[in-house]
Ligand binder design. Structure first.
Ligand SMILES: Cc1cc2nc3c(=O)[nH]c(=O)nc-3n(C[C@H](O)[C@H](O)[C@H](O)COP(=O)(O)OP(=O)(O)OC[C@H]3O[C@@H](n4cnc5c(N)ncnc54)[C@H](O)[C@@H]3O)c2cc1C
Length: 459
């Protein structure tokens, strides 16, 4: 008799696991049933800001594989609009509610993949039915926001609450749609994923495209008129608006896991080993935004909800379930984003992370350009490196600049992943031609500056 694999969550991690398991085991050997409570499978939440802005015209362009494709090409029984409400690891079954009919189904499993993603932070004032309040966690959320933007009376003003990368991308998207946008951030600066000196460059770029930035300010309530939001309330008075987008971060979606007795780590994510097996629960796997992973520089547990990790972790789980061998080795915090043409990349530790982890370090900022100075389109590029004292091991890097800035972080991510020192990095054989870099690449200039800083310290 075929064994049965149940997947909870039909997006990046869940469907990567399902697809990889299917590649290795045919339907006679392994039945696969995937439960998804939303309307879409395998969609790019990462693409939502670009669909909202209009850069990506059609919603369906964000969908990599729809349920019909999974059913027909992969023999995966995808149950849409089905929310799993309980997991029984003793009886080895899940209970799911059909959100369309209201009915309940029970399904047996031999193997289970828990891939429920993350839950957005929603303060009490945002728990309301008032029209014009939006999260952007799922494609359903994005669709609701698009519909509001296209409804009458046409919204003209927007407030984005939270200045993380999602808040920044959404503020840009709404500006591009012609709205007047205010971003409200409780901290002293938006874009806290990089150090304040680098975040300042991003803040300047946001202001330059017309985003009003209010920092050191918290939204504490909403004002409404006729059931529609009309302002957000702050200690400095109301900010009038026709819509509010929440970008206050996420936490692992573990309510179901916790109720089923799956172990959670210190960050709140499900505890898994390198093969994505849930610790101590045979036959149960977890992947994506719902799990805790390890930071390779500090060795500490972290929760880093990114699509790049969700896809890899789901793939690892699926290969192992399919009978192969794969591992997920942790993260180093590499991420990229942009504000219009200004690109931002980061990897490893920020200064405050390095300090908290007890490292002695130097940090340097090198100014350079993305191309040879004389070549058309040459623009400034700022590279920051953080290197351990006295070893010189690279601990972190950040880049802000115009074209070719963001993906340059990958060079630094590879160096950091492999434990290179800044001394080693000065000798890296990086490509050079005037259209792509100055003769000394910005990465090499920064590495040289870090070596100088180490020499000037008591190395
Ligand atoms: C606006 C935005 C921009 C982003 N940009 C980037 C980016 O540029 N780069 C990057 O790396 N990452 C980015 N991310 C993060 C990335 O989208 C997530 O890390 C990724 O989607 C996580 O995949 P996942 O499968 O773990 O979770 P999800 O994509 O959240 O999928 C989980 C699925 O499980 C379903 N589900 C949950 N509970 C149940 C249940 N009980 N029963 C049935 N179904 C359930 C949900 O409906 C959901 O579809 C972005 C996210 C957002 C919101």
């Amino acid at each position: 008799m075929a064994q049965r694999l149940i997947i909870i969550g039909g997006d990046a991690a869940g469907m990567a696991a399902a697809s990889q398991a299917r590649r290795r085991r045919d339907r006679g050997d392994l039945e696969i049933v995937a439960f998804e409570r939303g309307h879409f499978t395998s969609y790019s939440a990462c693409g939502i800001p670009y669909w909202i802005s209009g850069l990506v015209p059609e919603r369906d362009e964000l969908i990599a594989r729809d349920p019909a494709t999974f059913r027909e090409k992969f023999a995966i029984d995808v149950r849409m609009r089905h929310e799993v409400t309980a997991i029984d690891t003793e009886r080895r079954e899940v209970v799911a509610r059909d959100l369309g009919s209201g009915g309940e189904v029970r399904e047996r499993f031999d193997t289970l993949v828990y891939a429920t993603g993350a839950v957005p932070t929603k303060p009490d004032w945002a728990r309301t039915d008032t029209g014009g309040m939006f999260g952007v966690q799922t494609l359903d959320d994005g669709a609701a926001l698009r519909a509001w933007l296209e409804s009458e009376p046409r919204p003209r003003r927007a407030v984005v609450v939270g200045g993380g990368y999602i808040g920044v991308e959404m503020a840009e998207a709404l500006i591009q749609r012609g709205l007047s946008v205010t971003l409200v951030e409780q901290a002293e600066q938006p874009m806290s994923t990089v150090d304040p000196d680098m975040a300042e460059l991003v803040t300047d770029a946001m202001r330059a495209i017309g985003i009003t930035i209010r920092t050191g300010l918290a939204v504490t309530g909403l004002e409404e008129t006729d059931g529609r939001v009309s302002a957000v309330v702050t200690a400095e008075g109301p900010i009038p608006t026709d819509l509010v987008v929440l970008g206050l971060g996420v936490r692992p979606n573990t309510a179901l896991a916790e109720a089923a007795g799956l172990p959670l780590g210190v960050t709140g994510g499900v505890r898994v080993d390198r093969r994505m097996r849930v610790a101590g629960v045979p036959g149960v796997w977890a992947a994506g935004d719902c799990v805790e992973t390890v930071h390779r520089v500090t060795g500490m547990p972290v929760h880093v909800p990114l699509g790049t990790h969700a896809n890899k972790q789901g793939r690892v789980a699926g290969i192992n379930i399919g009978g192969g061998y794969a591992t997920f080795l942790g993260v180093i915090g590499t991420a990229v984003t942009k504000v219009c043409d200004l690109e931002v990349g980061r990897t490893g530790l920020r200064e405050r992370d390095a300090r908290a982890a007890g490292f002695e370090f130097v940090s340097v900022i090198a100014q350079s350009t993305n191309r040879a100075g004389y070549y058309p389109g040459s623009r400034p590029m700022t590279v920051k490196l953080i290197a351990e004292k006295p070893s010189g091991r690279l601990l972190g890097a950040q880049i802000v600049g115009w074209s070719e800035a963001a993906k340059r972080i990958d060079t630094l991510a590879v160096a950091l992943w492999n434990g290179m020192t800044v001394d080693d990095m000065t000798a890296l054989d990086l490509g050079y031609a005037p259209p792509y870099a100055p003769v000394w690449d910005p990465v090499l200039i920064a590495a040289r500056k870090a070596v100088d800083a180490l020499s000037a310290s008591d190395r």
